[in-house]
Ligand binder design. Sequence first.
Ligand SMILES: Nc1ncnc2c1ncn2[C@@H]1O[C@H](COP(=O)(O)OP(=O)(O)O)[C@@H](O)[C@H]1O
Ligand SMILES: [Mg+2]
Length: 318
Amino acid sequence: MTVIVCPKCAKKHNISADIVKRKLPSAKSFIAKCKACHNRFPVSIDQLGEKEKNVTVEPDRKIKNQPARKLCIALSKGGVGKTTTSTNLGACLALAGYKVLIVDTDTQGQVSYLLGKKPKSGLTELLTAELEPEEILIKARENLWLLAGGKSLAGVKRIIDRKSFGAEWTLHEAMKPFEYRYDFIIIDTAPGWDQLSVNVFFYATEVLVPVALEFMPLQGLSEFLKSLGSIQRYRRDVELKYILPTFMDARVKGPQEIFAKLKQLYPEYICKPIRYSESISEAPSFGKTIFEFAPGCNASADYRELARKVTLDDSLLL
Ligand SMILES: Nc1ncnc2c1ncn2[C@@H]1O[C@H](COP(=O)(O)OP(=O)(O)O)[C@@H](O)[C@H]1O
Ligand SMILES: [Mg+2]
């Protein structure tokens, strides 16, 4: 017998590796259901091999017994810094000791590229239930995991489309096993609106909107917020939390003026801007985060500041 511990309520369960292996001869992992709190959580078959060993499946989280904060980075417009923010905010929180999962819901699959990874599977296989969660997750860095996006998500959109019932909850349902395993789940989104973005807003609870200060962004932002408002009529748990100005260039007047206007229009959501930095656009081709590639640059300091705001922890040691 092996003892497995429910990551949610810490109830210990005796489990027989022989029985599991007989019932699931080719599986590498399975989803266990806690008898006490009914939480479902993944267990790796390898962990059952050793007799009388306590197996705690939960990574050692910084925030105990709370569901993960589910933060999506979204704006219908492309090129505003969504993927850059998902990756670098995620990396920064991981450096601060939080357990972080980045979920890439874009067919471009850029988060893997930014983290220097070439995953064979990802969100598609989770949504189609082809593989177990344990087989899909990629450990990208210490404390940082990735559920990769990519071209195959286009097929998933068609599957979601064909569902006659509850299509908008597909991602929410599939992500349940991860609810208590991470402190933060950060969801990178594609530009535009489609079935998958609707699914993201039925899963995430917080929205961060990056707004590029380079071009007139206000109309795009207000249209996006209107669409988010329509979603909120059906899903009340999702709320706008942060508006993050990006591409701030203090040498030019335009961005400063747009920033001032944003501050005036959305004072409760506005964050300190991320400054324009060459290093941000160079880092991805080395597969490095900004903290690995240019830890001393402006944008690196700005993403640290954002992590402090998101965690409400001014003393975050980074
Ligand atoms: N603060 C910044 N300074 C300079 N370049 C940036 C900055 N933020 C993002 N970029 C670059 O802008 C481009 C678009 O950013 P990206 O994060 O991919 O946007 P999105 O995901 O919204 O399409 C990328 O080449 C990225 O490296
Ligand atoms: Mg992107």
